[in-house]
Unconditional design. Structure first.
Length: 213
């Protein structure tokens, strides 16, 4: 019974975390609507790959550096903020062309590009590193030993839950893709909204301090 309640609490927390809106989910949604199901899934896998980097960092204790070093935290924070703002500016300048299915002259995001961008969005967010460092140790059981191994396993399970949740969201969002591709005015406004949100998230990240977890 104790083991059952332990896993129920862990997976409930993991689910709650993964359905909460944030830069990762917004990025995945924007790429799904702009590029369709394949690009959306690639974005999700990229974000989760970036998260896995933070899991290994937490297991190795590297996340503690970001939590205690103002310089290291600031370097990663500003790099991540700059990248989010860059993605937002690209969306603002797209003039709705990211939804144009028939325009072969427009450079579109490939699944591989979406994967790489998603990984960078997550890797360059120090808040993710600090989250894993704060969250995962709460579920480490001393009697099982090998703390680092437990953190990697628990982190992998959190990311597995994220993949399931995000794929469901991608499949739902992909249903709206054709509508936006056929309605240029809506496409332009959606690009403006997504671009503004990404820029807002970038500014929020830049203003965040290392105690804002």
């Amino acid at each position: 019974m104790e083991s059952l309640s332990y896993w129920a609490l862990f997976f409930s927390a993991a689910l709650a975390i993964n359905v909460s809106p944030g830069p990762d989910l917004i990025y995945i949604l924007s790429k799904t609507i702009a590029g369709g199901r394949k690009v959306g899934i690639a974005s999700s896998l990229g974000v989760c790959s970036g998260a896995m980097v933070h899991v290994f960092a937490a297991a190795l204790g590297l996340s503690a550096i970001l939590a205690t070093s103002a310089v290291a935290f600031s370097v990663v924070k500003y790099a991540g903020a700059a990248y989010l703002i860059y993605l937002g500016l690209r969306a603002l300048r797209s003039k709705g062309s990211t939804f144009d299915k028939l325009d072969t002259t427009t450079q579109k995001t490939t699944p591989w590009q979406a994967f790489k961008q998603g990984a960078l969005v997550d890797i360059l967010n120090p808040k993710v590193a600090i989250f894993f460092m704060a969250f995962l140790p709460q579920f480490v059981r001393s009697e099982l030993g090998h703390t680092s191994v437990q953190i990697i396993i628990l982190g992998s399970l959190v990311i597995l839950v994220a993949i399931v949740v995000e794929c469901i969201i991608v499949l739902a969002a992909a249903q709206t893709t054709d509508f936006f591709r056929k309605n240029r005015k809506f496409s332009i406004w959606l690009d403006r909204i997504l671009g503004s949100v990404l820029i807002g998230l970038g500014i929020r990240l830049a203003l965040m301090d290392n105690h804002n977890t």
